[in-house]
Design a protein around this ligand. Structure first.
Ligand SMILES: [Zn+2]
Length: 461
């Protein structure tokens, strides 16, 4: 029995997108860099003007809401380009294990027992955490059910999402059907705020024939549903150095030239493919990336935590690969905090290369915003504060202790800002976080539902 009525009590009705004046911001991060004393006007889900306060107020006289930003830094919302937000429910569930043991002995067995209502609760928790820390777009894949899933949670909390259902050898038939259902029920919803992807888990858990079938399914879904918003694909690839041996042992296929090269050889990669992790890349893998224009979503904190290594982002960037950042699921991070992720990505590049000029604070911020937007093929819609872009906007409170003193916005954002500095968050012209409080979720009800979900998990261990 799916206990959905209680879950739905967590949701507050989403407002209609409003005409909003973000007035007189101390700084706005524009595509050309920081701009002082700047206002933004939002209407019909989009940014319609960015400029000097008096000029904006003269042109747009009837805002429904005015947000005083005189002590704020205003930035485009973060794009978390690889996660499993429902795993917020498994935060701290299994620790200190090697990746394959962590997955096979702990995570996959408990996931097989999770019910759709529990997954939805985890995803509401994950969305809430992400929004409160300034993430406006999430690329998340988990277990889909038409009644309750990450898709329903993201839809109700008001976030922007690319949602997918993880496919494995042992779930093939059911998973392909569920992916079709997901596309039919959710792709393009709310003016394109919700989009979907096909999602084979990895090259070591999907055989080559299945990878081909999934690619063909993506093409079919694009023909049917993808005219306005493309259906993408996402996969974990080259996360662990053991993947090549796994592929050989399970499928008898030689992937010695690299996992990305192997994915290209089976016809899985194209410019709509997002590969998470990509740590152990060969020269052929770099060529596969550049020739197919597939994009890379790096999750530095999760990679360190499960002990699989460090992706070479400076090299990937120098090859012209589209690079973005993600947190991965909260069971292997254990947060959805993109500030931590930007900082870690930058520090690792500097530390591993022994070169402080690598991955500057500004570059890390660009990966977390524009990089994700490019990877999601939404580079003309999100990731920037510019006229015509969706109003996915985050305000940070510069009276926070971590913002004092304030010499440089990018240095603050990547190295000093805390998620608690986020005061207001808009997605598609809706105010989802106001004065550090989530507007679309009843947090007390959510607390009750998390408790109910976890008490069942504990009995299932
Ligand atoms: Zn993952």
């Amino acid at each position: 029995m799916i206990d959905l009525t209680s879950n739905r009590l967590c949701f507050r009705q989403l407002d209609k997108p409003q005409d909003i004046l973000i007035a007189n911001a101390k700084f706005v991060i524009t595509p050309n860099g920081p701009s002082e004393k700047t206002s933004i006007f939002v209407s019909d889900r989009k940014i319609v003007a960015v400029g000097e306060k008096s000029e904006i107020e003269r042109r747009y006289t009837k805002p429904e809401v005015i947000i005083d930003a005189s002590n704020s830094l205003v930035i485009p919302g973060f794009v978390n380009n690889h996660s499993h937000i429902a795993m917020a429910l498994l935060r701290g569930f299994a620790e200190d294990l090697p990746l394959f043991n962590w997955l096979r002995d702990k995570i996959w067995p408990i996931e097989a027992k999770l019910k759709p209502w529990q997954i939805e609760v985890g995803a509401i928790l994950g969305s809430t955490e992400a929004l409160l820390s300034g993430t406006t777009t999430i690329n998340t894949n988990y277990i889909y059910d038409p009644e309750a899933s990450e898709a329903t949670a993201v839809e109700f909390t008001g976030m922007r999402g690319l949602i997918s259902h993880g496919i494995f050898d042992w779930t093939e038939e059911k998973s392909l059907r569920l992916t079709q259902d997901l596309a039919e029920n959710h792709h393009g919803k709310d003016d394109g705020r919700i989009r979907i992807a096909t999602s084979p888990h990895s090259a070591y858990s999907c055989n080559p024939e299945l990878l081909k079938k999934i690619h063909a399914l993506k093409d079919k879904l694009n023909e049917k549903y993808g005219r306005k918003y493309p259906v993408l694909s996402t996969i974990h690839a080259s996360e662990s150095s053991a993947e090549v041996e796994e592929i050989k042992a399970k499928y008898g296929v030689d992937a010695k030239r690299g996992v990305i090269n192997y994915l290209q050889s089976v016809g899985f990669l194209d410019s709509q493919t997002i590969c998470a992790h990509s740590i152990h890349l060969t020269e052929d893998d770099y060529k596969a990336y550049t020739s197919t224009k597939a994009s890379l979503a790096s999750c530095p904190i999760s990679n360190l935590k499960v002990g699989v290594g460090v992706a070479d982002l400076p090299r990937a960037l120098s090859e012209g690969i589209t690079v973005s950042l993600g947190t991965d699921g909260p069971a292997s991070n254990n947060t959805l905090d993109m500030f931590e992720t930007m900082k870690m990505a930058s520090l690792l590049a500097k530390g591993v290369k022994g070169d402080t000029t690598q991955l500057t604070s500004r570059q890390a911020f660009t990966l977390a915003t524009e990089g994700g937007a490019h990877s999601l093929r939404q580079e003309n819609e999100i990731g920037r504060l510019a006229v015509g872009y969706r109003a996915d906007i985050v305000l940070l409170d510069l009276s926070s202790i971590s913002a004092m003193p304030f010499y440089d916005p990018y240095s603050y954002l990547t190295f000093a800002a805390r998620s608690g500095d986020v005061s207001d968050v808009l997605v598609d012209g809706r105010i989802l976080v106001s004065n550090r409080k989530i507007q679309s979720v009843d947090v007390e009800k959510l607390r009750e539902r998390v408790s109910a979900a976890v008490s069942e998990i504990i009995t299932q261990i």
